[in-house]
Design a protein. Structure first.
Length: 202
């Protein structure tokens, strides 16, 4: 009789994963000559942060930098500079902090046109020991809010007369307007225009 010695192996694998933090600039649509807030944000909580450095550029023909709005770190050494369309911020402290949500909110005046908000130069977050934390940068933009046109919706009873509002937003420097509105003539009958601020012909 043969005896068989059976060895059983259990293999343990350690899978290392490195958390990744996205630092982002916003995508903003706004009106001319308005004040806007540009936050620099992290997409998740980042603990044990000893320093951070960020630089981004913008078109000075589109935006005027107005300063820090809020959310800058209240401890440690925070520094901000802006020159020729580049904003640079930096912070460090011997006592680490946790970054959450907005790192800092910056105030600008939007003039007109469009501009990218692009990270440039060196950008990083480090831990208390000075080691870089894995970071991805997500650029943004600022541009003029597009013209918005909307027809209202209403529920009515059979035979009832109803007014459907046509509303617009961000109209400026308009020289002419042409509208085509389709409807089912077997369901409704067009009557007239009311509260006509323009003087349409139809």
């Amino acid at each position: 009789m043969k005896n068989y010695l059976i060895f059983s192996f259990i293999l343990f694998f350690t899978i290392s994963s490195f958390a990744q933090t996205t630092v982002s600039l916003p995508e903003i649509e706004t009106l001319e000559n308005t004040e806007i807030i540009v936050p620099i944000k992290v997409d998740n909580d980042v603990a044990n942060v000893g320093s951070f450095t960020f630089n981004f550029q913008y078109d000075t023909a589109v935006l005027d930098f107005a300063g820090v709005y809020e959310n800058a770190p209240s401890t440690g050494n925070f520094e901000l500079n802006h020159n020729n369309g580049v904003v640079s911020i930096g912070w460090f402290d011997i006592s680490p902090i946790t970054l959450s949500g907005s790192i800092v909110d910056l105030k600008f005046t939007y003039k007109t046109g469009s501009t990218n908000l692009d990270f440039v130069n060196a950008n990083e977050i480090t831990d208390a020991a000075g080691a870089a934390i894995n970071t991805v940068l997500d650029n943004g933009f600022v541009r003029e809010m597009p013209i918005q046109v909307a027809l209202g919706k209403k529920s009515v009873k059979k035979g009832e007369t109803v007014s459907i509002p046509l509303t617009v937003k961000n109209f400026k420097d308009v020289h002419s307007i042409t509208w085509f509105v389709n409807y089912d003539a077997s369901v409704v009958t067009f009557d007239s225009l009311a509260n006509d601020m323009v003087g349409f012909t139809y």
